[in-house]
Design a protein around this ligand. Structure first.
Ligand code: FAD
Length: 513
């Protein structure tokens, strides 16, 4: 057959698949990764985008998960200070609220002290009769707690992991669906189809990693033929984006009478992101859309807090995704564990000798954006166990592409870029630094004027950026550029987006990738 033999073949280009591929490639394994669509086109671009311990999970006694997540906040921030930054969350409180003040105080005390907090400021109490944070809220609140967590551009975190994996030698294949995988002797034989050209390929690997997120059971059933597989519970979460409800960089944490919580977060300069919902989902994850009830729920819940109500007609964009939660039998969707589970099948796990020699498979269930790096390290322990150890953990002190500057050095990076390219408007320089960090200079190259960036598509999106995304970050379509590599779609008109689509369609296919 003449196929290349890889140590590892990873199914799924979400945060977990890309994180595992990057870690493995950096340790010296030969790695291939197939993503059937675009990177982060599944759950990993549909999150609330918090790098957080998960204050709410303390109520469900998820101490292991919360501690690991809290510790990861500053590790990830240092790893990618362009796409990750600290955020303060204001939790308004009034007497007779659904959680007593002492409980919130205890939760936040644990949050501050469970571990890993060096740079993030601790919890404080705000007097809402005077504090500017009270301005957009109803007068009901006399007090608020303010605590720290982090924020991430989720879709960019995924593609930067894929980029770094490729830079370390991994074969990264977007728009490539795994249609079947079978064991032949001690190897995996994997059949893939290029979803753009329809071309089939066969790969061989010593080990297979199934990181297909909400499709993980579907892959087990369809690609491996195990018809009964049911390990994850699909829980839908939706968000709405409205014109900004408040100024400043702080976010709000609102508690709802049904015991659930939502966030209102400053988003893309001009907007407020409000979410999320939690409801069991039974359909195909690719068809998930916000429902009228969810829209209504989010508008009503936010309007309980904001002076100016949030109305369905204020919504400028929505997105929806499905959490692939490990099914621990919890009765309510919001109580199902957010922790991850890694299940290794064969070789040493096999009960009889035929299984004992079988090529190993690692299934990844659950997880959060926040824990992807630790999940990857744990996956690498299992991989080492199964096919032999290579290298050692290295990602904690690493940088994602463009993130090689100090965690607190973002403003200095913006100033550097502005000085090197004085023709950029300040907001444009800031946005390019947010997206590309130190790699913004690769995108801008020898440009000496705005005209050198080529055609202008609207907002601050120019041809140079679109070509950079196609050549370096596997963008193939206008949607990839407008809604995942950037969020320029929020700032552009339908006609402008259409023009970009036509421009990309007219480019030679070989430009991408
Ligand atoms: P995915 O991102 O879905 O990736 C799986 C990929 O596999 C998909 O891209 C899919 O196309 C591909 N695939 C499937 N089948 C095949 C096949 N046969 N061949 C090739 N490719 C295939 N976490 C946080 O830390 N903070 C948050 O604030 C947060 N908020 C969230 C809010 C919501 C509403 C949701 C839904 C999740 C949130 N999460 C959050 C959790 C986090 O987003 C997910 O845990 C994470 O994105 C899951 O990543 P994944 O790689 O497992 O799955």
């Amino acid at each position: 057959m003449g196929q290349t033999l890889h140590d590892l073949f990873v199914i799924g280009g979400g945060i977990n698949g890309c994180g595992i591929a990057r870690d493995a490639a950096g340790r010296g394994y030969s790695v291939a990764l197939a993503e059937m669509n675009d990177f982060a086109s599944g759950t990993s671009s549909g999150a609330t985008k918090l790098i957080h311990g998960g204050l709410r999970y303390l109520e469900h006694y998820e101490f292991r998960l919360v501690r690991e997540s809290l510790m990861e906040r500053e590790v990830l921030w240092a790893m990618a200070p362009h796409i990750i930054w600290p955020m303060r969350f204001v939790l308004p409180y009034h007497k007779g609220g659904i959680r007593p003040a002492w409980l919130i105080r205890l939760g936040l005390f644990l949050y501050d002290h469970l571990g890993g907090r060096k740079l993030l400021p601790p919890t404080s109490v705000l007097d809402m009769r005077r504090d500017p944070a009270a301005k957009p809220l109803k007068a009901l609140f006399t007090k608020a707690f303010e605590y720290s967590d982090g924020w991430v551009d989720d879709a960019r975190m995924v593609v930067l992991n894929a980029r770094d994996a490729a830079d370390k030698g991994a074969l990264i294949m977007p728009r490539t669906k795994v249609v079947s995988a079978r064991r032949e002797n001690d190897l995996w034989v994997i059949d893939t189809v290029d979803t753009l050209s329809g071309r089939s390929e066969t790969h061989q690997a010593r080990m297979l990693v199934n990181a297909a997120g909400p499709w993980v059971d579907h892959v087990i059933r369809s690609a491996f033929g195990q018809n009964e597989a049911r390990h994850v519970r699909l829980v839908q979460g939706s968000h709405i984006i409205v014109k900004k409800k408040f100024d400043g960089p702080k976010a709000y944490f609102f508690q709802n009478p049904d015991n659930r919580i939502i966030f209102a977060i400053p988003y893309e300069d001009d907007f407020t992101l409000i979410g999320t919902t939690d409801r069991d989902y039974g359909g195909d994850p690719k068809d998930v859309r916000i429902s009228a009830e969810e829209t209504d729920y989010l508008c009503k819940a936010a309007s309980e807090y904001f002076k100016e109500p949030v109305r369905p007609e204020d919504i400028v964009w929505t997105y929806s995704a499905v959490r692939p939660l490990f099914d621990d039998g919890a009765s309510k969707a919001q109580e199902a564990t957010r922790d991850y589970v890694l299940k290794l099948e064969g070789p040493s796990q096999g009960k009889d000798s035929s299984e004992a020699n079988a090529a190993p498979l690692l299934n990844v269930f659950g997880g959060k954006l926040t824990t992807y790096r630790r999940l990857s390290e744990h996956a690498l322990e299992k991989i080492g166990e199964a096919i032999g150890i290579k290298g050692s953990p290295w990602t904690a002190k690493s940088h994602l592409p463009g993130g090689d500057f100090p965690a607190q050095g973002f403003e200095a990076e913006v100033a550097k870029l502005q000085a090197a390219y004085p023709f950029l408007a300040p907001a444009h320089a800031r946005r390019l630094t947010r997206r590309y960090g130190t790699r913004a200079t690769v995108l801008l190259g020898k440009s000496a004027s705005i005209a050198d960036l080529g055609r202008h598509f609207g907002s601050d999106l120019y041809e140079a950026e679109v070509r950079y995304l196609m050549q370096n970050e596997w963008a193939f379509t206008a949607e990839d550029v407008l809604w995942r590599r950037t969020k320029a779609g929020l700032h552009m008109t339908t006609e402008q987006m259409q023009t970009l689509e036509e421009y990309i369609a007219a480019l030679p296919a070989q430009l991408a990738g």
